[in-house]
Design a protein around this ligand. Structure first.
Ligand code: ADP
Length: 190
């Protein structure tokens, strides 16, 4: 049997469905899905110091600074349940964050196995986002999040492609089909 990938990054624009797919794959592999968006929203809801620091940034669809995100992710990946593997949803989002992730993994003596890129046409992304209506989902903020993705996050695709880790997946399909494609990709090994 091929060695299953267990340290995986999900890349995809806001609304690509990567969060849903990360949850499904996490259940299939038995490793935690680490969603930085969820972690930040929980911090806001709980009124922690981190939450009050990031609240207005989330509302505007801007990025929280790389140093803060590095602390958040380092702490989360250091927890026991992430020792055997993890799926990262929403991190890294910038080249600097990818560098930080490299350091975190290197310190732990492990490496990324795969980067799954969930691809969805922009028109469909906007339609989905307007459907979803999260608190930070006004049309203006959606547009901003897409622009931030294009500028800051898209460069990661080239970075991971260059390392031979990138696996593009068609995300413009029913949830179950995308999940099946992803599972097959992961089971194909690294
Ligand atoms: P989406 O699925 O729409 O991309 P997320 O739930 O991943 O949204 O993230 C929501 C918000 O949380 C982002 O718009 C951003 O403000 C903040 N955030 C999440 N992850 C990061 C990160 N790695 N770096 C900076 N900001 C982040």
């Amino acid at each position: 049997m091929a060695v299953e990938a267990r340290r995986i990054v999900f890349l995809g624009a806001p609304g690509s469905g990567k969060g849903t797919q990360a949850e499904l794959l996490a259940a299939a592999l038995g490793v935690p899905a680490v969603s930085t968006g969820d972690m930040l929203r929980q911090a806001v809801a709980a009124g922690t110091p981190l939450g009050s620091r990031v609240e207005s940034i989330l509302k505007a669809g801007e990025l929280v600074d790389d140093a803060t995100m590095g602390d958040v992710v380092r702490a989360r990946l250091g927890q026991a349940d992430a020792a055997a593997g993890f799926l990262l949803d929403g991190y890294p989002r910038t080249i600097a964050q990818a560098d930080t992730l490299d350091s975190i993994l290197e310190e732990a003596g492990v490496a990324l196995d795969l980067v799954l890129q969930v691809r969805v046409p922009e028109k469909e992304l906007v339609r989905r986002a307007l459907d979803r209506r999260r608190e930070d989902d006004t049309e203006e903020v959606i547009g901003n999040r897409l622009a931030v993705y294009e500028e800051s996050t898209r460069p990661l695709i080239g970075l991971y492609r260059g390392r031979g880790l990138l696996r593009p997946v068609d995300g413009n399909q029913p949830v179950e089909s995308v999940a099946a494609t992803i599972l097959a990709t992961v089971e194909a090994g690294v």
